[in-house]
Design a protein around this ligand. Structure first.
Ligand code: SOE
Length: 379
């Protein structure tokens, strides 16, 4: 019989829903040593917190996250707030001995991130950061193929995360939903929000980055602030591109923007190795493209692997081969890994420490863009 793991969820937006869905469904599909219980939902607005709790089946509601953390019936805190609250909540939760599942990016910057790492490591509490795209089965399969050496030496890693939802100048900054445009709440723009996903996946698949040089742009310079009603300077980056070198000698070329008209969430990656190449595209997330130069020349070409067979990562837990899964399942996989690892006393990657490396890369990108410099990644 699995043990119960009582979840205290802070925040009720897009990610609060994605994580709640994962907790609610994981035990139906995975045999695990723990089963999550939706114990309490927390948000400042009591009515909204209650509506969220009713919708997802949380047993109780809190309006002060400190009270939630003090509760002895809560085992794990899930942080789904804007980025500027991650540090304070995570440190308080760690000091109270709670496990922590924190939404990405880890923090506003690496300095904050380092304090959070110290807090969870000193407290010895299980921790993870929700960089969910690692757990798309096709991406996990890419990791397997790379680790098996099938690509040979890696020469190039290319990634993009393109959106187009902030082009209109009359979109305000700040407030619910739009805090991502407010530097005081988000820390940075696309660098921490989108490129951080690409960096997390890249560090996992291809190892650490050594150095980078970057450029950023803020296309709309002023927006009304939802909280003050005044037009205020926009301090986030709307677009960011960087190139760099990985420690394994391969070259990096990354781009993210919210100004690529026609693209809603186009996360693509391509890795070129000595023997073979891989491509993946979030809009077609259940497929992995594979080119192997060792194939006989008359049949050599890109193949599109439909990642649904039961010998492919996570897929034996879902439907029959040929039937695909989607975005929400990546969060289910993350919770499943977290609970399975908890049973073994092991940590679940990306841990706070893993996510701090991504945070260092993001900080270096912003520093390089501001100074026009090449930056060595610290650590
Ligand atoms: C931004 O639009 C956003 O929702 C990110 O915050 C998520 O992390 C990304 O997965 C999808 O886009």
């Amino acid at each position: 019989m699995p043990k119960k793991l009582n979840i205290g969820m802070i925040g009720y937006g897009f990610m609060g829903r994605a994580h709640s869905n994962a907790y609610a469904n994981v035990s139906h599909f995975f045999d695990l040593p723990y089963t999550p219980v939706l114990k309490a939902a927390c948000a400042r607005d009591a009515e909204k917190a209650q509506a969220f709790a009713n919708q997802w089946g949380y047993e109780s509601v809190e309006t002060d996250w400190r009270k939630l953390i003090e509760r002895s019936d809560i085992d794990a805190i899930d942080i789904c707030t804007p980025n500027n609250l991650h540090k304070e909540i995570a440190i308080a939760a760690a000091e109270a001995g709670k496990m922590i599942l924190c939404e990405k990016p880890l923090a506003m910057n690496a300095e904050e991130g380092a304090e959070m790492v110290a807090a969870v490591e000193n407290a010895g509490v299980a921790n993870t950061v929700w960089y969910n795209y690692r757990r798309v089965p096709a991406v996990t399969l890419a990791k397997q193929l790379i680790d098996e050496g099938r690509l040979g030496k890696i020469y190039h890693y290319r990634a993009n995360f393109l959106q187009d939802w902030t082009i209109a100048e009359d979109i305000p900054q700040g407030g619910q939903g739009l805090w991502r445009l407010d530097a005081a709440a988000a820390g940075s723009g696309v660098t921490g929000d989108l490129l951080a996903h690409c960096i997390d996946t890249a560090l996992w698949l291809n190892g650490s980055l050594d150095s980078i040089t970057a450029m950023t742009e803020t296309f709309v310079k002023e927006r009304e602030h939802a909280l003050t009603g005044k037009r205020e300077p926009v301090k986030i980056d709307d677009a960011c591109a960087f190139m760099g070198r990985f420690k394994n000698g391969s070259l990096a070329l990354f781009e993210s923007t919210r100004y690529a008209r026609g693209h809603k969430a186009l996360y693509t990656l391509e890795i070129n190795g000595e023997h073979a190449s891989i491509q993946w595209d979030l809009h077609d997330l259940h497929r992995l493209s594979w080119f192997d130069h060792r194939d006989e020349s008359i049949v050599r070409g890109w193949r599109s692997i439909h990642v649904t067979d039961h010998d492919m990562p996570y897929m034996d837990k879902w439907w029959v081969p040929g039937l695909q899964i989607g975005y929400e399942h990546t969060f289910v996989h993350h919770v499943a890994d977290f609970l399975a690892n908890l049973g073994k006393g092991e940590s679940t990657s990306p841990t706070f420490r893993d996510a701090l490396e991504t945070q260092h890369v993001c900080d270096s990108i912003l520093k390089s863009a501001a100074n026009g410099s090449w930056e060595k990644i610290p650590g």
